[in-house]
Ligand binder design. Structure first.
Ligand SMILES: [Zn+2]
Length: 138
């Protein structure tokens, strides 16, 4: 799920902390452990990035792998990433597209999917609209 290049960029930020292994073999080994933990524990790149930010801000040395794992577990998952998984119809994006005959033309439409994710997005959209209209009224 997490893009490899972007993940590596974040891992390198960790490796810039003091006391990183000087030996390139050791450094690669540590990166491999970090990568394994990121893939296992991080919900998304944004989630992982928050954990890395926290470590870069607070750690005075390159963290051992367990410390990275802990930081990820203690980092709240960003709100929108708590969204349910999509389904086969929407292929995980919460939208389904369909075509409809309007007059003599076949037009493309998109709507929220019928699955949990689609309904989650629909509700979020309704909430956004309500917030916008209540702000407009105030
Ligand atoms: Zn769906």
């Amino acid at each position: 799920m997490i893009d490899e290049k972007k993940l590596t960029k974040e891992l390198k930020r960790l490796m810039k902390l003091p006391f990183a292994p000087q030996n390139s073999e050791d450094a690669e080994q540590l990166m491999a452990e970090y990568r394994r933990i990121a893939r296992r524990d991080a919900r998304s790149l944004a989630h992982f990035l928050r954990a890395v930010d926290h470590l870069v801000d607070t750690s005075s040395r390159v963290p051992p792998p367990a410390m990275l794992a802990n930081a990820i577990l203690e980092t709240p998952v960003p709100e929108r990433e708590k969204a349910p998984m999509g389904c086969e119809i929407c292929q995980g994006n919460g939208w389904q597209s369909f075509t409809r005959m309007v007059g003599k033309q076949l037009l493309d439409y998109a709507d929220f999917c019928v699955c949990d994710l689609g309904q989650f997005l629909r509700n979020a959209e309704i909430k956004r609209k309500q917030e916008r209209s209540s702000k407009g009224a105030a």
